[in-house]
Structures are given as C-alpha cells and as structure tokens.
Ligand binder design. Structure first.
Ligand SMILES: Cc1cc2nc3c(=O)[nH]c(=O)nc-3n(C[C@H](O)[C@H](O)[C@H](O)COP(=O)(O)OP(=O)(O)OC[C@H]3O[C@@H](n4cnc5c(N)ncnc54)[C@H](O)[C@@H]3O)c2cc1C
Length: 243
C-alpha cells in the first residue's frame, strides 16, 4: 500500500527520495527518484509531473511542469524509479534546485498527467522543440515501431547538448545549434520547419519549447502549410518571466 500522501490544494501529491543526480550534458541533469511511494503511479514516459521546489528568493514552494523521462523498475527489481531531466538554463527555482539537490533528499510532485501518445496509424511523425522538449521527444520516439518514418528537429546550445534518441525507430534527427545566442531568441526552428519537405501521407506533428517560438511555428503550419489542426500538437513549455 502506498503511504499516506500529502495534499496540494485538493490533489494528493507524491513525495519520493532522490536516488541519484547525473550530469547528462553540460546543461542537462537527470534526477532519479527511487521510492516505494512510486509503486502504482502508472506513469508513462512523456507524461507531465508538477514538481514542487523551494524558491530561494521568496522561500516559498513553487511548482513547475517536467516530463517523465522514464518510469521503470530500479536495478534491484524491487522498487520503481522515475527519471526527470532538467535543463540548467540559468537562474530559476528548479534549475537552482537541480544544481544543488543531492541523493537522500526528497521531491514532491503531483501527477502524472497528459494523454499524448504518438499515433500508431500515422504515416510519419515530426517532432520539434528546444532542449526542454528533448525528454518528451526521446520518450515518444522510443514508443515508435522500427519501420516508423520519423523526423526530429532539436534546438540546443551546441554539439555537447546532443543526446541519443533511443528506441527501435531510426528517426532522422537534425540538431540546430544556437551557439552563444540566448534560448528563445533565434529563428532556427522556424527556419528549419519552413524548409522541411513533409513526407507523403497523413502525418503527426508534435512541437514544444519556448512559447512564442512554438506559437509562431504553429501559425505558419496552419496558415501557410495548411496543416490539418487535428494532426498538430503544440505546447508552450516556457517563456521569459521576471523573478
Ligand atoms: C508540459 C511541460 C513539460 C516540461 N518538461 C520539461 C523537462 O522535462 N525538462 C525541462 O528542463 N523543462 C521542462 N519544461 C519546461 C520547464 O517547466 C520550464 O523551463 C520552467 O520554467 C523552468 O523552471 P525554473 O524554476 O527553472 O525557472 P523559472 O522560474 O520558470 O524561470 C526563471 C527565468 O528563466 C527563464 N527560463 C525558464 N526556462 C528556461 C529555459 N528552458 N531556457 C532559458 N530560459 C528559461 C524564464 O523565462 C525566467 O526568465 C516543461 C514544461 C512543460 C509545460
């Protein structure tokens, strides 16, 4: 039986122990939770968790959305483990927390939520986003069969931020490097998606990341490429906000 869960508003939350903290790339840290409290969570990679961390400025807990990168049994085969991959983007409560969190500390979250899955009937799949979208894109590509036709466009800082896209599908992956430019200030994704030749047949497009960027691209796809809105999933993941 799961232990009594604390409550956030009217929703039960989960508190789980941080087992490991791993630097995946210079700007991406994996926080792995391993805990009996994760038993029965029924999380599916690609779903969303609302995680709670302290804001060092206000000293109040704040919540942010993060993707379930993986949910499986831990190596001992006894307890579940759940991974979230956090972009170390600069200053922000979660980015700050991910830099200082250590094994043995706990993380509270609500969820998982979200029903998006790659459509197994689709003729092709196009995934696009910045590094905040990478954990979800990795999770969705891993769900595709070996014969799937998949393309992925990913804007990251540089080659050191490129990560494997695991699974049996062999997507065509195009990494877009913003270099010294700040995230959210380029048109790399816009330009790439304007230029892409979409495969024939009925496809699905999944797009997430910097909110104004993905909104611009959504408008382009709907208005200039006449993409059927039913085949398009677009989600703003972050935007500039004052601290
Ligand atoms: C459904 C969903 C799933 C998500 N999954 C992931 C995930 O798996 N991994 C992940 O790293 N992020 C993910 N995000 C994005 C993440 O929630 C935001 O980046 C979040 O704002 C970071 O919180 P923070 O406390 O670090 O900074 P905030 O307090 O939110 O922001 C502080 C400052 O940093 C800026 N900022 C925030 N994020 C970024 C960024 N990525 N790059 C540059 N500047 C930024 C803000 O504009 C603000 O100026 C997801 C978002 C959504 C909606």
């Amino acid at each position: 039986m799961r232990p009594q869960a604390p409550v956030r508003g009217r929703v039960a939350s989960t508190v789980a122990m941080v087992a490991t903290v791993t630097q995946l790339t210079p700007r991406m840290t994996r926080v792995r939770l391993v805990d009996d409290s994760l038993v029965g969570l029924a999380a599916i990679p690609g779903q969303t968790l609302k995680i709670y961390v302290p804001d060092l400025v206000s000293e109040l807990p704040v919540s942010r959305d993060y993707t379930v990168r993986d949910y499986t049994l831990d190596d001992d085969g006894a307890r579940p483990r759940l991974d979230i991959d956090v972009v170390l983007h600069g200053e922000g409560p979660v980015a700050d927390w991910a830099r200082r969190v250590r094994p043995g500390e706990t993380l509270e979250f609500v969820g998982p939520s979200g029903r998006y899955r790659p459509d197994p009937q689709a003729d092709w799949h196009l995934f696009a986003g910045d590094e905040t979208a990478l954990p979800a894109i990795q999770a969705y590509v891993a769900m595709l069969p070996a014969n799937a036709c998949a393309l992925a466009y990913l804007e990251v800082a540089d080659a050191a931020e490129e990560q494997p896209i695991p699974g049996v599908a062999r997507p065509t992956v195009c990494w877009l490097h913003r270099g010294d430019r700040a995230p959210g200030t380029t048109t790399l994704l816009d330009d790439a998606l304007r230029a892409v030749a979409l495969p024939p047949g009925q496809g699905r497009i999944w797009l997430a990341g910097h909110t104004p960027t993905v909104r611009r691209i959504r408008a382009h796809l709907l208005n200039e490429r006449a993409i059927d809105r039913q085949t398009l999933y677009v989600k703003g993941f972050w935007d500039r906000r004052p601290r």
